[in-house]
Design a protein around this ligand. Structure first.
Ligand code: SF4
Length: 436
């Protein structure tokens, strides 16, 4: 079969700026073939690599690159550069290293490319336009998608409701337009989309057939505009249960399991459990969690969990107050983030825990209040009651690391939480409440 076409995100720039974050935050799994290739490179202590540990260790049926004592990849040098890249060129690196921060997903007869906003260069939109990197990305997609590629099944619209690829594309285009076009704020546009998605879920199955969906969507959109005509958002506080479930979801997004935390043993696991419990109870101070290294390098702060850092953490109740500072740059960031995830199908189906389209979109929608909640936490721990663009960028870089990748978010309980929040009509309430 001919190679599928590659769909690239528009609006997004990226080039690596060597912060070294991904070389510390990720476990790089490699194949036996990649292991052989690295073995043949004959690394020794004279090259600067650690000689007190193996460079490659077993990882299930595969292998992974080992880490230095401080958690950095064994091949990361003191300048934040990859030794394999420096000595043998980019092509000599494992595929996982060359692919990050790109994420390649088969969709119908195409392959879509998304990006991980955990890379600070992605979140800040730095570097070369992705659209100009077509040649590199087509080669990368060719390595990731097998030559015997077969188009995957579409994710269902919701459990038990099939949908064809052309309607998935129709829906994506309609959501993208709804989120990016209009004189109202991003929060209002998001609430409108969530409103018509609710209506779509309730529509009769025959109304969702190929001929009908194109007619139905504008009608639903009009209804959502009537329900939310301007930027005066309904300020109904989310329910206590809604906020508990939301904080549990945020806690899972904030949790960072790196090589260093894996070595924390029983006490480390107890510590994580305690933090999770505090997020559920929502009383007292928010637990101090060290920021990912890439976030520390790009945005500073939050490097330790010392007693000073713990004392500086805000209380959960402080984060329920109104925070000022929102501006048009926040909206630009959220539009770009949502469009990249939508165009790259990075929120449903095989790329996102096999979630149906609507549940996956609701998960994506929750990234808006979750990012603003974490941005508030960052501002408050610095003694501010207004959030800035770097707060929002750092918050998104922190939590997108786990979005679609943390096994905890793909567990049945986490998936049910999204459905329950939707049934309780809490997703729109959370988006509205934390946009203040
Ligand atoms: S996190 Fe991004 S900028 Fe930093 S080293 Fe990795 S790819 Fe480069």
């Amino acid at each position: 079969m001919a190679r599928p076409g590659v769909i690239l995100p528009i609006l997004q720039n990226w080039s690596c700026h060597n912060c070294g974050g991904c070389c510390r935050e990720h476990q790089i799994v490699i194949t036996a073939e990649e292991k052989n290739r690295i073995d043949k490179q004959k690394w020794t202590g004279a090259d600067g690599v650690a000689d007190d540990r193996p460079l490659i260790v077993a990882h299930g049926a595969d292998f992974r690159l080992n880490h230095q004592a401080d958690g950095a990849c064994v091949f990361l040098d003191e300048r934040g550069l990859c030794r394999i890249h420096s000595k043998f060129g980019e092509a000599a690196k494992p595929l996982a290293c060359r692919a990050y921060p790109y994420a390649v997903h088969p969709s119908g007869n195409s392959v879509t490319v998304s990006l991980r906003f955990s890379c600070p260069s992605v979140v800040q939109n730095l570097g070369q336009p992705v659209a100009q990197q077509r040649q590199t990305l087509e080669a990368l997609a060719g390595e990731i998608v097998p030559s015997n590629y077969r188009a995957p099944n579409t994710p269902p619209l919701y459990p038990g409701q099939p949908i064809i690829w052309s309607d998935v594309m129709r829906l994506l285009a309609f959501i993208e337009r709804g989120l990016s076009v209009g004189a109202v704020s991003f929060a209002t546009r998001l609430l409108r989309v969530l409103t018509w998605i609710d209506l779509l879920e309730k529509a009769a199955p025959e109304a969702i057939s190929n001929e009908q969906l194109g007619n139905l969507l504008p009608v639903l959109h009009e209804a959502s505009v009537r329900a939310q005509p301007d930027d005066h958002l309904p300020l109904v506080k989310p329910t206590g249960l809604g906020r508990i479930m939301f904080r549990q979801w945020v806690a899972q997004l904030l949790r960072h399991d790196t090589d260093v935390t894996a070595r924390g043993g029983f006490m480390g696991r107890m510590h994580l459990l305690g933090d999770g419990l505090r997020f559920t109870l929502g009383r007292g101070r928010v637990p101090a969690m060290a920021d990912p290294i890439s976030v520390r390098v790009a945005f500073s702060g939050g490097s330790t969990t010392t007693s000073e850092a713990i004392a500086a953490m805000p209380t959960f109740s402080q984060l329920e107050n109104e925070f000022g500072g929102r501006n048009a740059e926040f909206d630009e960031l959220f539009v770009r983030y949502f469009r990249v995830k939508l165009q790259g199908l990075h929120f449903c189906g095989r790329a996102f825990y096999d979630m149906p389209f609507i549940d996956g979109f609701r998960s994506l929608a929750l990234m808006y209040p979750a990012t603003l909640w974490v941005a508030r936490m960052r501002a408050a721990r610095d003694g501010r009651m207004t959030i800035s663009l770097p707060d929002v960028q750092a918050a998104l870089a922190t939590i997108d690391h786990n979005f679609g990748y943390s096994p905890a978010l793909g567990m049945a309980g986490a998936k049910k939480r999204i459905q329950q929040l939707a049934r309780m009509q809490q997703i729109s309430a959370l988006c509205s409440w934390y946009s203040r």
